[in-house]
Design a protein around this ligand. Structure first.
Ligand code: ZN
Length: 687
């Protein structure tokens, strides 16, 4: 589970913020109502008034401020008066303004976040009975009017005028030599990049929610599937969601011999029908029809009936998101496309860099070698669905029941688990004092769900670790997840409390907090007193992560290519979009996967549900593993506590600059590829 990150929060706010009420007629971004002569005159006057100011920064600030200024904010004369009165003319005045802005941002974010956490307690924490009124309070969003308020009060304009925005490229190049204060000023400049009217953000939220509902309610009734020999292979009441449920069932059949292989082939046929949209409408969420996916025939009892393909609903969902996104673009002068928002803004890596990194990875020499290893283990040639090969999971020699017995004894209650946290940190190399300091900022609650970590957004508040502890104590699964969440809490606490400026708090993106959570989770057995994991387990894990990245990077490339195409074809129809996704999926397959799997034209890379309901989110998953392996390589043989305390207080630099600080190089796939090669060599020498 990921943390509540200020950065992502800001992005969410952009999408949910209520804006001005006048309906913008002009769709291309033309929010500014000011004449260019007014803007030039303001720049000239300010240059005279503030001779010490950096002229380039001054121009940039006035222009940014002007970009967002609408008639409701004032006339040209009022704009001029505003800039003259609010420009911080000296470095001292600017520093003072910055300090006040960031103090008040911490008050707003910190308390809004605390309200959010507190109102959702009945939803997230066990105890009282969950009622309708809890759901209503839980659905309130304290941040909903933040941007509206900031623009209406002109605090946004003061910020835009004095702390201008820098592009990702500028941050990565200029940022190398910036002082910490300059970095903090630049982060403040990231705050106001769009001014989206309420009806536009609501329209996007609406279609996103429809896509989410479509995906969450798309089940295949597996008991109704038949082989061509009319055999039922799956249990009667097994309903699997596309695509995760289908994929996980496919994975679980690797240990089921010939029968398992037959089931996998049927699931693969189902997946192809979903992507190609020739799946009969009658077999989605329907318990009455029997379906032979290989011949794509459907039956009532023994009688064949006419199959009516699902209309292009799957692609209509994505199309609707695209249309609503284009409307958001019109109010986003700084990141004016969804690609820019997903990459430059959210991940802070350009789409070009991601494509290059992923392409390097999936064309690496390790792919062929791992594929050979899998063929040897399977005893058959690979088939396209083996992109989900699941046989690298290490089977621990430790018995899970024994482990649960131990964890139940050690952690009989939530309070007992919370009390153990400082000594866990000391085992990982933190000093007694630092361990106590961090754990004083982490509160453990009994979770309704599997658990999560929710960070604080002000130093006076605590991070929450939600975990499950049954009446007879915490079982091993719960302990394993809690160790992951604790890793998040440690990152959240250090990167809030130990970072110099509040606006620098956090990590570059979710990948960087997930990386630390995985570092903790991997050490759960050693925290229980077991010896370090075996070399074989380490090798298996590297192979498992490598193969998972190989799969999802291909899907991410399809996702990216599709959005690039959409922006090149703004008038595309749903059926053109469908044809393009299928073409992109098969093109990517034919270039990078077909040579490994020996079958051309598989559309399987088009199945991922997030491509439909949360487009362009997928690259975050493999990126997280890339970061994780760079961190692991850095901390090998060192004191983990010392390294965490050296690395994480740097706060939210860009990913590349953060990684240069952490390990001395840019974000790179090399450590993961090296770990994979080492694992391959280890297996080849043994077997
Ligand atoms: Zn996590």
């Amino acid at each position: 589970m990921m943390k509540k990150n200020v950065f992502l929060l800001i992005v969410t706010l952009l999408l949910t913020g209520c804006g001005d009420t006048d309906n913008k007629q002009n769709k291309s971004f033309a929010m500014s109502s000011l004449s260019s002569s007014t803007i030039t005159a303001v720049i000239d006057s300010l240059t005279v008034k503030a001779p010490a100011a950096d002229i380039e920064l001054l121009k940039r600030g006035v222009n940014h401020c002007a970009t967002f200024w609408t008639p409701t904010d004032g006339t040209d004369d009022e704009f001029t008066a505003f800039c003259m009165a609010n420009f911080a003319a000296t470095p001292e005045a600017k520093a003072q303004l910055f300090a006040k802005l960031q103090t008040n941002l911490e008050i707003l974010y910190g308390n809004y976040n605390k309200i959010n956490v507190d109102l959702k307690v009945p939803l997230h924490v066990t105890g009282s009975e969950l009622t309708d009124i809890d759901m209503r309070f839980g659905a309130l969003d304290p941040f909903a009017h933040f941007f509206d308020d900031m623009f209406a009060s002109k605090i946004a304009f003061v910020t835009l005028l004095n702390f201008p925005f820098y592009t990702l490229e500028e941050k990565n190049t200029l940022g190398n030599s910036w002082t910490r204060a300059e970095w903090a000023y630049a982060r403040l400049g990231d705050l106001y990049t769009a001014r989206i009217p309420a009806h536009v953000s609501q329209a996007l939220a609406q279609v996103s929610s429809e896509a989410d509902n479509y995906i969450s309610a798309y089940n295949i009734i597996m008991g109704n599937l038949r082989s061509e020999a009319d055999e039922q292979l799956f249990a009667d009441n097994m309903a699997l969601i596309s695509h995760w449920g289908l994929r996980d069932e496919l994975k679980s059949n690797y240990s089921q011999g010939v029968k398992g292989h037959e089931k996998q082939r049927i699931i693969y046929e189902v997946i192809k029908h979903i992507v190609l949209q020739d799946i009969p409408q009658q077999v989605i969420n329907d318990t009455t029809c029997l379906w032979k996916p290989i011949s794509n025939k459907i039956y009532h009892g023994t009688e064949e009936i006419a199959a009516v393909p699902e209309p292009d609903t799957r692609y209509k969902m994505l199309y609707n998101i695209y249309r609503a996104t284009i409307d958001v673009d019109a109010y986003s002068p700084i990141y004016s496309t969804y690609l820019q928002r997903a990459f430059d803004q959210q991940m802070e890596v350009s789409a070009e860099d991601i494509v290059k990194m992923f392409t390097d990875f999936i064309t690496s020499g390790q792919v062929k070698q791992v594929a050979q290893l899998i063929e040897t283990r399977l005893g058959r040639p690979l088939e396209p669905f083996d992109i989900w090969y699941d046989g690298f999971k290490s089977r621990s020699t430790l018995n899970e029941d024994d482990l649960s017995q131990l964890t139940r004894r050690r952690y009989p209650t939530v309070a007992g688990y919370e009390a153990s946290l400082p000594s866990q940190l000391m085992q990982l190399g933190f000093s007694r004092q630092k361990a106590a300091e961090i754990c004083a900022k982490v509160k453990v609650d009994p979770s309704r769900g599997a658990g999560h970590a929710w960070g604080a957004l002000m130093k006076s508040d605590k991070a929450r670790l939600r975990t499950r502890v049954a009446a007879n104590g915490m079982d091993y699964k719960g302990y394993n997840i809690a160790t992951h969440e604790f890793g998040h809490n440690v990152e959240q606490t250090i990167s809030l409390n130990d970072v110099d400026n509040y606006v620098m708090n956090g990590v570059p993106s979710t990948a960087f907090t997930e990386a630390l959570a995985f570092v903790f989770q991997k050490r759960d057995l050693s925290l229980l007193g077991y010896n370090a994991v075996s070399d074989e387990a380490v090798a298996l894990q590297a192979l498992d992560i490598f193969w998972g990245c190989y799969e999802i990077m291909g899907v991410a490339l399809v996702d990216i290519r599709t959005w690039q195409w959409l922006y090149e074809h703004p008038n595309a129809t749903v059926s053109e979009l469908k044809a393009t996704i299928i073409k992109n999926a098969t093109d990517i397959w034919n270039i990078y996967y077909a040579p490994i799997f020996g079958e051309d034209n598989s559309p399987v890379l088009g199945i991922y549900s997030h491509m439909i309901d949360i487009p362009l989110y997928l690259p975050n998953y493999p990126y997280g593993h890339i970061v994780e392996f760079q961190l692991e390589q850095q901390i090998a043989g060192k004191n983990l506590g010392d390294e965490i305390l050296r690395i994480y207080p740097v706060g939210r630099l860009t990913p590349n600059l953060w990684m240069q600080h952490a390990v001395g190089s840019d974000v790179s796939v090399t450590p993961l590829l090296n770990a994979t090669q080492q694992a391959i060599d280890q297996f080849n020498s043994k077997h």
